[in-house]
Design a protein around this ligand. Structure first.
Ligand code: HEC
Length: 214
């Protein structure tokens, strides 16, 4: 009985899938709807705020961990904990440095992220939660500095700005590797490019990692 039922269901499922597929293929074909309009430059600018590792998109401004401590206590600690250690279920911003290659890895923004600019970018675009885009650039620099200083990556008095923030070497800076290339029939399968990873040569770490997550 069960066999017959599932046999009967199969063709209609396939038909549904075929219709869905046809629709999405039509959707992918592009600009024939005659609805919508091209975004204005201002609209593009409002979305175009991602900050990369070299920090060239960072705005002017600056701040230290000392400045950031006060702002963090007011606007962040009730969700992330006094020192950014996380209060379940909010993520840990600090702690866990050096644990990633242990049996109990603790992932925090500081222990895991390879670039300090990502912390700046995340705070700038998404924090404080439910009050996004209310922080000034100075405040975001200060908060990023506070988080980094909690784990001793920088000193509390170090000034973070467009120039100094991208220069910070994160504890896990050298823990990432490029994706291995696709296996090719002529190779033995998986071919890691360890030597092309920053800070590695012949399977040994040659770059500096100040907290030794590796
Ligand atoms: C209402 C609770 C809340 C407040 C207030 C808040 N956060 Fe968050 N934060 C979160 C949650 C939840 C996440 C997880 C990502 C998400 O859901 O957006 C997060 C993620 C983050 C992350 C990324 C963590 C990672 O590595 O994945 C950073 C950095 C951060 N918050 C910093 C701050 C700072 C700085 C402030 C104060 C200006 C702040 N947060 C205020 C709840 C909050």
């Amino acid at each position: 009985m069960r066999f017959i039922a599932s046999f009967n269901l199969k063709p209609s499922f396939l038909l549904g899938a075929a219709i869905l597929f046809a629709c999405s293929a039509a959707l992918a074909q592009g600009p024939t709807y005659k609805i919508g309009r091209a975004p204005t430059n201002d609209e593009v600018k409002a979305w175009d705020h991602a900050v990369g590792p070299d920090g060239k998109e960072l705005p002017p401004g600056s701040g230290t961990g000392v400045d950031g401590a006060k702002i963090f206590a007011q606007k962040c600690s009730f969700c992330h904990g006094k020192n950014g250690q996380g209060i379940f279920p909010t993520p840990k911003l600090t702690g866990g440095v050096g644990t990633l290659n242990s049996y109990k890895p603790i992932r925090s923004s500081v222990s895991y992220l390879p670039y300090a600019t990502t912390i700046w970018d995340f705070i700038n675009r998404a924090m404080p939660r439910d009050a996004e885009w209310t922080l000034s650039s100075d405040e975001v620099y200060s908060l990023t500095a506070f988080i980094l200083s909690r784990d001793g990556v920088i000193k509390e008095t170090d000034v973070m700005d467009k120039k100094t923030l991208p220069e910070v070497i994160m504890p896990n800076r050298y823990g990432f590797f490029p994706d291995p290339p696709q296996a090719h029939p002529s190779s033995n399968g998986w071919l890691p490019y360890w030597n092309s990873a920053p800070g590695w040569k012949d399977g040994k770490q040659v770059g500096k990692s100040d907290k030794g997550a590796n």
